[in-house]
Design a protein. Structure first.
Length: 405
């Protein structure tokens, strides 16, 4: 089996338009949640969201690309280029047939669908702009990646599944390099109204107490938008060119509750099994995990079930594991959450810093985990786990190891 490392990072998300800005926000507990500007507030009862801020796409793309491509495609291209440049791969020195791209999205170009209904205009770019595989394909064109190309959609587990499946392609010797991640731009009236009808989303107006995972006053998730892209590389391939390695991916576990289309299984047993599968793949035991980046959406049901899942998976050791939900800063970016949380875990391991769950005042007594609250911790850790659980009962867990030469 091959070993797989992370050698490049790229993002545009509510807390930063590149990796440096995003990580500075994590270090300083800076939230990306604010009152919605991209949707008329009089048209929806959802008042706050985690939107992209202060970015001029004209600095990166042509007017034609901005006009005809959907947001999730354009932002994927920018983040993928950042990750590729960060990796310092030389396009003239790689085997392009063993260079693949997996970029997922749940909603794809939903704003183009809404736009077409409002204007009645359908052009030749319409279908490619809405398809959920277009970002992956266009990034492959940009980077001349002739290997495997795919978009995986498993609701809010998509980011972790995409990175996990890309990891397997390298682990089993099918590819040398993979661009992997997810992109989601779904802050529009119809999506907001849909989540509101499900009573899953926060509809209050206090932006500082909106996304508060594991707090007893939580009232639902805050929707976010963003893109997270990483470069995965076979270890020897990376070492030969003396690449910067952020972390190693060592474990991946995925399964399905097969229980309900939106509700997680009450006993969390299959989420537990997904964690156990990741631990088995990594060849470590539960006592080795030191930090968990929780799915932590801020919904009543998810946070309670995830707490019980962690207790079952880690038994008596759960009190020794640091836990936080960075969705308290980024909001819930659906498919992109797992991808950006992978980046956060890689940086946490690389720099010895455990992020916080911010804006928490009263931890739910039933969510009695070893929570990192309001301020992050400077601490060297060896293994981190990232949980992602999606509608349909999709569970995807990744384990990362600190890189040590």
């Amino acid at each position: 089996m091959k070993r797989v490392v992370i050698t490049g990072l790229g993002t545009i998300c509510p807390i930063g338009n590149n990796i440096e800005e995003m990580w500075e926000s994590i270090l300083t507990n800076r939230s990306g949640i604010d009152y919605i500007k991209g949707v008329n507030q009089d048209a929806t009862n959802v008042k706050v969201a985690a939107e992209i801020k202060n970015i001029d796409l004209k600095e990166y793309l042509t007017e034609r690309e901005i006009r005809f491509n959907s947001k999730y495609i354009n932002y994927s291209r920018i983040a993928a280029k950042e990750a590729f440049l960060d990796s310092k791969l030389n396009e003239n020195e790689i085997n392009h047939d063993r260079f693949g791209v997996f970029i997922s999205s749940n909603i794809g170009g939903c704003e183009k669908i809404e736009e077409s209904y409002e204007t009645g205009i359908i052009n030749s770019y319409y279908i490619p702009s809405v398809l959920t595989n277009s970002a992956s394909s266009i990034v492959a064109i940009d980077l001349k990646a002739n290997g495997i190309n795919m978009s995986i959609s498993s609701a809010c587990a998509s980011g972790n599944n995409t990175i996990g499946e890309a990891y397997l392609k390298i682990k089993y010797g099918m590819q040398d390099i993979m661009i992997a991640g997810a992109s989601e731009f779904a802050i529009n009236k119809k999506i907001l109204d849909g989540f509101s009808a499900m009573r899953a989303i926060y509809t209050g107006d206090d932006k500082d107490r909106a996304s508060i995972p594991f707090d007893q006053d939580r009232q639902g998730f805050v929707i976010g938008e963003g893109t997270g892209i990483i470069v995965l590389e076979e270890l020897e391939h990376a070492l030969k060119r003396d690449a910067k390695i952020y972390a190693e991916i060592v474990g991946y576990g995925s399964n399905c509750d097969a229980y309900h289309i939106t509700s997680p299984q009450k006993d969390g047993n299959y989420a537990v099994k997904a964690i156990e599968l990741a631990l088995k793949d990594a060849g470590i035991n539960s006592n080795d995990i030191e930090y968990i980046n929780a799915h932590g959406t801020g919904t009543i049901l998810n946070d309670l079930i995830e707490t019980e899942t962690i207790k079952k998976a880690f038994k008596d050791n759960y009190t020794n594991i640091y836990v936080s939900s960075t969705k308290s800063m980024t909001g819930h970016m659906m498919s992109a959450s797992g991808a950006i949380e992978t980046i956060i875990c890689a940086k946490a391991l690389d720099e010895g810093f455990i992020p916080a769950t911010i804006n928490v005042k009263n931890i739910d007594s039933k969510c009695d985990l070893n929570m990192v609250i309001n301020n992050g911790l400077r601490k060297e850790i060896k293994y981190a786990l990232s949980n992602s659980f999606g509608f349909g009962g999709d569970n995807a867990c990744l384990i990362f190891k600190k890189w040590d030469k």
